[in-house]
Write a protein that binds this ligand. Structure first.
Ligand code: MRU
Length: 365
């Protein structure tokens, strides 16, 4: 995706061949700043403190975290310790576990002197695969937007999205946003309702930032506005991402997703969820087994933004001394999901639907 007309990925290896570059997403949309990861601790910090976030990008960053650890010490002990450290950073997005396991499988049986090169190669492949996977999610999801566009005969298709499941949450394209970008590129008039997504405002800060730079028409709304817009026929389609999808099609995604799905069901608005294969947790029979991250209360009681003098400031917005709770994800039951958009096509949110697209998992699940 492009920022000021220049295409970027969200993670890359610098010219020295080993340092990993990322954008510090905690400073967006106000400061577009690169930061560098040089150790596995840097990678773990970037994931835990959300300099990078979004399920696929968390996985890609963890993959490079393993590379950085092995570069220092390619022993089995280091591999285990690095994996453990990275897995402890964030509990909900399963792509983290998937990517760490891919890296372990890649290097485990290699002699130490071959591990670093093999690890960087696999991490690069994970990133390249994510780009292609997200592009294909867009190719399949585009058909949903095209169908609505035909019905609306030139009127813009209004898509509502929650959180940031865009370019910044993946290596490129995004999951939920990929069909939107591809519709926009194909000349289909599309307009996006961007849920601000309290408490960290990934919608207002990140989704709006990237849609703006791609010149996709969009409007930021308070999280509470979606139901009203749906009641008034102003939402044609909802597309969100997911951090973990259980084998039965239940989806965990950013807190508030479930309420949007309820409102969509009540108003006959199609509610689709976009995901790569690495987000499916075949080991879980339903979504209520998914661990839900509980984040710090200060994310609810404080807000960070840019003051009139241009400086980034954090202000207290809650009654002093009141406690706050901050569950970061919720689970939307499969019955509220119209379909899952994957790199292999669109399927029903059910075990049968998923196995239809991933038949090789029939014996494994
Ligand atoms: O806490 P975050 O910002 O990592 O949560 C991200 C989301 O909930 C996204 O919508 C989800 O990861 C899908 S990512 C393509």
């Amino acid at each position: 995706m492009k920022i000021d007309g220049k295409p970027y990925r969200t993670i890359w290896v610098e010219e020295n061949g080993w340092t990993v570059g990322i954008f510090d997403q905690t400073k967006l949309p106000h400061v577009f700043e690169t930061t560098h990861l040089k150790t596995v601790d840097d990678a773990a910090h970037a994931i835990q403190d959300m300099l990078v976030r979004g399920a696929p990008l968390i996985g890609a960053t963890a993959a490079y975290g393993i590379c950085l650890a092995l570069r220092k010490d390619a022993s089995d002990e280091m591999l285990e310790a690095a994996a453990e450290k990275l897995l402890a950073t964030r509990p909900t997005a399963v792509n983290l576990r998937w990517a760490v396991q891919e890296m372990i499988d890649t290097v485990r049986n290699l002699p130490r002197e071959k591990r670093v090169i093999a690890a960087y190669k696999r991490a690069a492949e994970i990133c390249d695969e994510d780009v292609e996977t997200c592009r294909m999610i867009g190719v399949h999801g585009l058909s949903l937007i095209e169908e609505i566009a035909r019905r609306k005969q030139g009127e813009p298709v209004n898509v509502l999205t929650h959180c940031n499941a865009g370019w910044l949450a993946t290596v490129d394209w995004g999951t939920a946003t990929s069909p939107i970008y591809q519709a926009h590129d194909a000349g289909i008039p599309v307009h996006v309702w961007v849920d601000e997504t309290r408490p960290r405002n990934q919608g207002a800060a990140l989704t709006a930032f990237e849609l703006g730079h791609e010149e996709v028409p969009h409007t930021i709304i308070a999280d509470n506005a979606g139901g009203h817009l749906m009641q008034h026929g102003q939402v044609d389609l909802c597309i969100t991402g997911t951090d973990r999808t259980a084998a039965n099609g239940d989806v965990a995604n950013k807190i508030g997703t479930y309420l949007k799905a309820l409102a969509a069901a009540d108003n006959d608005v199609p509610f689709y969820v976009a995901l790569p294969h690495s987000t499916i947790d075949w080991s879980l029979d339903d979504g209520f087994e998914i661990p839900i991250e509980e984040r710090g209360a200060e994310e609810v009681t404080h807000m960070t933004g840019r003051a009139k003098n241009g400086k980034l400031v954090t202000v207290d917005i809650a009654a002093p001394g009141s406690p706050a709770a901050n569950p970061a994800f919720d689970v939307t039951p499969a019955r509220l999901v119209s379909g899952l958009i994957t790199e292999r096509g669109i399927c029903e949110a059910s075990l049968e639907g998923l196995l239809g697209l991933y038949p090789e998992m029939t014996d494994d699940e």
